[in-house]
Design a protein around this ligand. Structure first.
Ligand SMILES: NC(=O)C1=CN([C@@H]2O[C@H](COP(=O)(O)OP(=O)(O)OC[C@H]3O[C@@H](n4cnc5c(N)ncnc54)[C@H](O)[C@@H]3O)[C@@H](O)[C@H]2O)C=CC1
Ligand SMILES: CC(=O)N[C@@H]1[C@@H](OP(=O)(O)OP(=O)(O)OC[C@H]2O[C@@H](n3ccc(=O)[nH]c3=O)[C@H](O)[C@@H]2O)O[C@H](C(=O)O)[C@@H](O)[C@@H]1O
Length: 417
């Protein structure tokens, strides 16, 4: 997300240096090329701002910090097990601290545990720069963008939230983003409140996806189409039940609950239980696959299973924390011969995926070799597949994306058909 942000900032302010530790990223941007695929408008904007000199790139973080007056950090913030890993953030903050001057503003866009900007980033900047906290500004202004639509999101799809460690930091950050967004800028009141806004947004989503996934499990015992019931329940404004699926992937939603539970010394049973419900969904999908195969007379250890979809959601080539990994791993552990295909992902290059790759071009020609097909990602391309070519294979539709098929099917949210 750093490059889309830098390109839009360059387009608006005319003077941006993008800093990255990855030489290949810097070389591409310096050549006016975007190393990021799948972001509409980004290649053109990088070419344009690089050519007119408003965007440049470097790995020399200390020099860039010394030259800049506004510093924006949008590096990944990860988890190690259930503990937040802020190492990349702190490395970037240290580089800025080495070049920080009085009157500068530092903005954190990376999603962080509440309290980080005030209690970790600011003291670290003081320590590295030798400045007094009153001599520079610090604000947390969360990145509210989704992969595949970054430019439009940055330019104003949603209000921009700003939160300063003091009133002046919040005011100045608001002035900057007022130039950037066509939408409104919302002052949160302080940095920690702004951090909570971002983490709460993600937790809201994780908890509500967990509710949808738990409700999906009653489709079989009640012999009801839960997805249809959800669709109808959502026709009145006090209900927004999310979509059941095979689990929650991506580099955002699965992480954010841990940013809160690791920060507050208290039990948060709903947040923790919801995380567990979502993390259990890949096993639910695997078990449904094994049961369907056995009812069709095929033992899992003798089965060849095709998994359609490695990306964590449709329309992106991103596989970070994709639920497909645990499904493939569990099928592989139970002895199945697992194959995977995804129109948006270079499957052979995906790490930690014990499956053979099948190209989309070969799918129908090899369809009759599979005993089961598991649809994990609702890419549009699957709607065009001729499932009759799969013979008497069974199908698990984890996204309720295929509709009625001439094959024995288990649909997450609707049960068997
Ligand atoms: N990708 C997304 O859909 C969204 C991401 N975000 C947030 O944006 C942040 C970044 O996420 P992504 O852009 O997806 O990560 P990414 O992994 O795609 O890109 C991060 C970039 O930071 C660079 N980097 C790492 N450490 C660095 C350092 N010390 N100095 C300079 N560059 C460094 C890496 O080389 C890489 O090019 C995360 O906090 C994430 O939560 C927020 C909304 C959406
Ligand atoms: C509310 C929202 O859409 N937030 C976006 C989200 O982006 P992200 O790429 O993580 O996508 P997502 O739509 O939340 O999906 C996350 C995961 O959850 C699954 N999912 C999503 C919605 C749903 O009803 N059911 C479901 O199972 C998806 O398949 C995916 O595996 O998280 C980003 C973030 O917080 O960084 C945020 O900036 C994005 O705007």
């Amino acid at each position: 997300m750093g490059l889309p942000l830098a390109a839009v900032l360059a387009d608006v302010t005319g003077n941006v240096v993008g800093v990255d530790i990855d030489e290949s990223v810097v070389e591409a941007v310096a050549a006016g090329e975007s190393p990021v695929d799948g972001e509409p408008g980004l290649s053109e904007l990088v070419a344009e701002t690089s050519a007119d000199g408003s965007l440049s790139a470097t790995t020399a973080s200390g020099q860039a910090a010394a030259d800049a007056r506004v510093h924006v950090v949008i590096v990944p913030t990860l988890i190690e097990g259930t503990e937040p890993d802020l190492s990349m953030l702190l490395a970037a903050v240290d580089a800025i601290g080495s070049g920080l001057d009085a009157g500068d503003l530092v903005i954190i866009e990376s999603t962080v545990p509440p309290g980080t900007t005030r209690d970790v980033v600011t003291p670290r900047l003081v320590e590295r720069s030798g400045l007094d906290p009153a001599e520079f500004g610090v604000a947390f202004c969360p990145e509210r963008t989704a992969s595949g639509r970054a430019i439009q999101d940055i330019r104003g799809a949603y209000p921009k939230v700003v939160g300063g460690v003091d009133d002046e930091s919040e005011r100045v950050a608001g002035l900057l983003y007022d130039e950037l967004t066509t939408n409104e800028v919302i002052p949160a009141g302080d940095a920690t409140t702004a951090e909570c806004v971002k983490v709460f947004e993600g937790i809201y989503r994780d908890v509500n996806i967990a509710l949808a996934n738990e409700l999906a499990k009653v489709a079989e015992p009640l012999d009801v189409d839960v997805t249809r019931a959800i669709e109808v329940a959502n026709t009145q404004p006090f209900c927004e039940i999310h979509d059941p699926g095979p689990g929650v992937g991506g580099h955002c939603i699965p992480l954010y609950p841990h940013f809160l539970t690791a920060t507050v010394e208290m039990d948060l049973p709903l947040v923790e239980t919801s995380r567990g419900v979502n993390d259990e969904m890949p096993s639910f999908v695997t078990d449904a696959t094994v049961d369907l195969l056995e009812d069709n007379g095929v033992a899992i250890e003798d089965a060849r299973v095709l998994v359609l979809g490695v990306a964590y959601r449709a329309g992106v080539d991103e596989t970070r924390k994709s639920p497909t990994r645990p499904v493939v791993a569990e099928l592989d552990e139970r002895g199945a011969d697992v194959w995977a295909a995804d129109p948006a992902v270079d499957v052979p290059a995906v790490p930690d995926l014990p499956a053979s790759a099948c190209s989309m071009a070969d799918l129908e020609a090899t369809a009759d070799r599979y005993d089961a097909v598991v649809v994990m990602t609702d890419h549009d391309a699957y709607a065009d597949l001729d499932f009759a070519a799969f013979g008497d294979a069974v199908v698990v539709d984890a996204r309720d994306t295929l509709g009625a098929l001439p094959l024995t099917t288990y649909t997450v949210g609707a049960g068997r058909s």
